[in-house]
Design a protein around this ligand. Structure first.
Ligand SMILES: Cc1cc2nc3c(=O)[nH]c(=O)nc-3n(C[C@H](O)[C@H](O)[C@H](O)COP(=O)(O)O)c2cc1C
Length: 319
């Protein structure tokens, strides 16, 4: 039976599969569909300092091939998270990652400071796609200097591993990944949703109230793979792939481009127990090909024309 364990940004994961923020509650709500012991880790919905009501409805719309959302980071705030969610996470038999969001750099630092004291939290994922209210509402993820200052402020207030979650809505994602690495991130997550919109031509109504929103699901997999690959080439820290993953073979594709682990999001909506089956399916695929250890696939992308050494990114665990 193939070994599935991976090292990722200071965490030892049972397998390379984590839930993606905002698509799986905070994790334990879904345990009857996906017991934590079947996963490498659970990533929480983005938690902010103060409660947020989120955006007006409709804030989710199906498209031909994927989902549009503009939830607006609805959540009950850090106090409720610490009180009502985290204590139970101590018993989760997998890594616990808290995803944080803020409106200004100091918000992220404060959240990280608070979470640093909580033993239930194994790592902090920083949602850089939040709008920066001091920067014309442009997301923190769009400017390497701003992204760097967010990660540096989080690094200054916590010793826990930091995952910097990047947006694909940029010209050069590798540059942003590098800035986060320089600021002390232990891993980058690539990627959050793509900016998209939908409209009903008969009524002229947009699919979601904010008109533009985040596009996710199977259709974005090639974009997410490309972004992950650009990050793998840009940084030495591990890359966590995310975007359009729903099948065991999708997970393996992200590992081949060099990701140490992956997050599974939108596919959980159509079948919330699918994520729990992925590890077994990966094991079967590897066994069928005589691959003893999933880590041997990481970074095995064969770039046409490139010497083998030049296209073999660092193995997870060797960083
Ligand atoms: C309804 C919904 C809510 C989301 N909420 C968050 C969130 O709170 N924080 C975050 O970092 N990403 C959030 N995301 C982005 C996902 O975590 C993921 O990065 C993205 O959807 C791409 O992966 P997927 O195609 O597997 O869904 C959300 C996505 C969806 C569809």
């Amino acid at each position: 039976m193939a070994l599935l364990g991976v090292e990722c940004g200071g965490l030892s994961l049972r397998n390379p599969i984590l839930s993606a923020s905002g698509t799986f509650g905070h994790g334990l709500e879904m345990q009857h569909f996906a017991p934590p012991r079947t996963l490498g880790g659970l990533v929480s919905k983005t938690v902010t300092l103060k409660p947020r009501p989120g955006n007006p409805h409709p804030r989710i719309a199906e498209t031909e091939a994927g989902l549009l959302n503009s939830i607006g980071l609805e959540n009950r705030g850090i106090e409720a998270y610490l009180r009502d969610v985290l204590p139970a996470m101590a018993g989760a038999d997998c890594a616990v990652v808290t995803n944080i969001g803020g409106e200004k750099v100091e918000d992220f630092a404060e959240l990280a400071r608070i979470l640093d004291e909580r033993s239930e939290v194994d790592a902090i994922e920083v949602n850089l796609s939040c709008p920066n209210v001091q920067g014309g509402k442009l997301p923190f993820s769009t400017d390497p200097r701003v992204a760097q200052s967010v990660i540096a402020s989080v690094r200054a207030t916590t010793r826990k591993p930091i995952f910097a979650k990047l947006s694909p809505n940029v010209t050069d994602i590798g540059e942003i990944a590098k800035a986060c690495e320089a600021a002390g991130a232990d891993a980058v997550t690539a990627v959050n949703t793509l900016l998209g919109m939908s409209v009903d031509w008969r009524t002229g109504a947009p699919g979601i109230n904010t008109v533009m929103g985040g596009y996710s699901g199977i259709a974005i997999k090639p974009v997410a793979l490309r972004c992950a690959w650009q990050c793998v080439r840009a940084v030495k820290i591990p890359v966590i792939g995310c975007g359009g993953i729903g099948k065991a073979s999708d997970v393996l594709e992200f590992l081949v481009v060099g990701c140490a682990a992956v997050e599974v999001g939108t596919s959980c909506f159509s079948d919330p127990s699918n994520i729990a089956r992925l590890a077994g399916e990966i094991e079967a695929l590897l066994d069928a090909r005589g691959i003893a250890d999933v880590r041997s696939l990481i970074g095995s992308l064969r770039v046409p024309g490139a010497p083998a050494a030049a296209c073999a990114p660092t193995l997870a665990g060797a960083k």
